[in-house]
Design a protein around this ligand. Sequence first.
Ligand code: ZN
Length: 263
Amino acid sequence: MEISNTSKTFIKDLAEFIALEYDEIITPLERIIESEDVAVFYDDYGNAFDGIIVYDSEFYIHINTKRGNRIETPRGRFTLAHELGHYFIDNHRNGLQKGLLEPHPSKNNEAKHQKIEREADYFASCLLMPEKRFSKDCYRRKFQFSIIEELAKKYHVSLTACAIRFADIGNHPIMIVYCESNQVKWNWSSIDFPFKYLAGKNNKIPEDTLVGEYFNTGKGERKTEQLWAGDWFNCFSHEDEDRQIYEHFIPYKNKALCVIWED
Ligand SMILES: [Zn+2]
């Protein structure tokens, strides 16, 4: 059975209200848990999930250390914040309590097809990086990738989580492209990002890009480079193709994160 949607504004207000009750910039998840009826367990659960929340007369959250979700790591914190989303969002909590919503394993860095998963991710993002604080940090600064690095450190979140938040509420349009095993897994962009369609069809990585070269040759290192918009995107005119863009590329084994922007 489907549970009804919760509006983004409601989720944002809820998450940020909780975060801003504390003075700490790094949202103190442990203290939030202490004041709620929820028990959290960190354990090795194989490769099944990053986190899961279960209701059995009480709420239990299980966090999977096997997949790198240790307490106080950016990944572990995001996973916990996501599960807290299922706990704090009324529709999710009621759904779990009444058995309308099956406990579901949540995984990070995957395209989320289920609405409740996107809602919990959005909750986590707002809880860990409340707009009121985050927007101030971006104010009147010219964009360069180091801003994402700096804010990821400040809020103790992963570069991916921070870049997504920046795309939503930062002061410069960017696109994030996440690739794995030589395929584009998902992309995310600011509403006002000037290009919409990637040059590669069917999740194919555009070849003349840093990430394209990495998967073609197996070589490449973390860096920023200037490219043509036509290298990354389907453009509708030659002028658009010739626009200069930047790609910041971060490889990790068979995965890569790219952040793209125009000056
Ligand atoms: Zn979930």
